[in-house]
Design a protein around this ligand. Structure first.
Ligand code: 5AD
Ligand code: SF4
Length: 465
């Protein structure tokens, strides 16, 4: 089923030849800086882009203004993400006046949007390269063309999408890794532009995924997050994803997570996996989007509020301490006050650990963009504020209930607030800060939870016998 998507080995050889020619190009950029917007998929793509740029002889530069090549990996899921990307790119025009040799590249979902590449070409001629999500692997070829011609290159392919195996990678973290298992989405939720810019669902071969995970485990990675727009339909759905999880779990990675799953495809096998798999962490991101059945139907989500709540009950009966997180859209076209209140009551019933909340953003080309939307913006803002306030109370109560527990924490970073403190996540995904040395970053340590804040916990390291 996947053959038509897989990029051939000969194409990859061709790209490696272009990369070698870029490396030898006299005035090529020596350094690069990537700005990643949007979701984990983009973060993962940026690791591949970084790997390709490194293969072309460039070093990462942490300070954007100093880099010889600046690349924006963009998101278009909501209009404000798009405006932010465009605002950033326009600002680069000034930098380019000072440093004409600077190369500016724009890739990712926004570039893939219908008509956007042409618009960028016309309005922002200082951008050197625009490429889409389906032709990222051809970056060496495009960069060589930019260098040789010194003219902008705009290349966005209309495609159902591709799978590329074997590209170079520069992983952002040595201890926590994202692994793609599938690309694209077939769901066509009526508000969502993702299926248009990321193409049809296509799954990586199970063995390729397992080989990649095995290499990561051998390298000492502590956490693997399997990624897909809709992991439950991995290779046509059913028990395939649960089976993949089982096999990755058996590789012995200390922490296993995945995202994102669609409630309509959450199989009983997957729910059972929470009770069976040793390394699968007790948390699940299960986007609900709305709590009212008429809105769910208009969103084309293909589940009801009742079905969703039933799934939550099943999950909690298998794993009582599971932490659930979600995405919610407020102000979908036609949403009434009563319908919005159904979302509030669902949030009260489920008690999420946290929720990403969004005001509906109209995306051209989607079904919902045709639907009459009479709710004034101030009403939508007021609704989202009420939702945020409710969720924030619930989050705080859940965090407070963690006080006194002893948890294993994967140390991720220095604490931004307190010098001499470090922070990391519990299995359930709660962030804990505690005094500790930076050399613990990347390690699993035991921590006693001492207090709870609005979004994070505080604790102290403990040694247990
Ligand atoms: N408007 C607002 N939010 C959206 N999302 C996707 N499309 C839109 C849109 N048009 C949200 C959904 C999705 C998350 C990644 O972004 O909640 O789960
Ligand atoms: Fe968009 Fe729905 Fe696909 Fe998620 S499942 S990417 S919200 S169309």
């Amino acid at each position: 089923m996947n053959e038509r998507f897989i990029v051939s080995e000969s194409e990859l050889v061709r790209q490696r030849e272009f990369a070698a020619r870029v490396r030898q190009f006299p005035d090529r950029p020596q350094t690069f800086h990537i700005v990643t917007m949007g979701c984990q998929m983009n973060e993962r793509d940026s690791e591949t882009i970084a790997g390709m740029l490194a293969g072309m002889g460039m070093r990462p530069e942490a300070v954007r203004e100093k880099a010889g090549l600046i690349l924006y990996n963009t998101c278009c899921v909501r209009e404000n993400a798009e405006n932010r990307a465009l605002g950033n790119v326009i600002w680069l025009k000034e930098l380019k006046k000072e440093r004409p040799e600077l190369l500016i590249c724009v890739g990712g979902c926004m570039a893939q949007e219908a008509g956007m590449a042409e618009r960028m070409k016309a309005m922002y001629p200082f951008i050197d390269l625009v490429f889409g999500t389906h032709n990222m692997h051809r970056l060496p070829e495009y960069l060589l063309r930019v260098l040789e011609s010194r003219h902008p290159v705009v290349e966005v392919l209309e495609s159902d999408g591709v799978i590329v195996e074997g590209l170079p990678q520069e992983r952002a973290s040595a201890f926590s890794a994202f692994v793609n298992i599938m690309y694209g989405c077939n769901n066509f939720c009526s508000y969502c532009i993702v299926p248009y810019v990321r193409g049809r669902e296509r799954s990586r071969e199970r063995q390729s995924v397992l080989d990649e995970c095995k290499r990561l485990v051998d390298q000492g990675v502590q956490e693997i997050t399997l990624l897909g727009q809709n992991v439950n339909s991995y290779r046509g759905g059913g028990s395939e994803f649960a089976e993949l999880l089982r096999r990755v779990d058996a590789l012995g990675v200390p922490r296993l997570r995945f995202m994102t799953s669609h409630p309509k495809d959450l199989s009983d096998e997957l729910i059972a996996a929470y009770g069976e798999l040793e390394h699968l962490m007790p948390n699940l991101h299960l986007p609900v989007q709305a709590g009212n059945n008429a809105i769910l139907q208009a969103m084309n989500r293909r589940y009801t509020r009742e079905r969703y709540l039933e799934l939550v009950n099943k999950l909690r009966s298998v794993k009582p301490e599971i932490g659930l997180t979600t995405d919610i859209i407020v102000g979908f076209p036609g949403e009434t006050e009563e319908q919005f209140e159904d979302t509030l009551s669902l949030v009260r019933a489920v008690r999420y650990d946290s929720a990403f909340t969004f005001i509906y953003s109209k995306r051209a080309g989607t079904k919902a963009a045709q639907m009459p939307d009479n709710t004034p913006e101030p009403v939508k803002s007021e609704r989202i504020q009420r939702l945020i306030a409710l969720q924030s109370d619930i989050s705080r109560e859940i965090l407070t209930a963690q006080v006194g527990r002893r948890e294993t924490v994967l140390v991720e970073s220095l604490s931004a607030r307190d010098e001499g403190w470090i922070g990391g996540k519990t299995p359930r995904g709660h962030m804990v800060n505690f005094p500790g040395k930076p050399d613990l970053i990347g390690q699993l340590v035991r921590v006693e939870i001492l207090s709870a804040g609005r979004n994070t916990l505080r604790g102290k390291m403990i040694t247990e016998v």
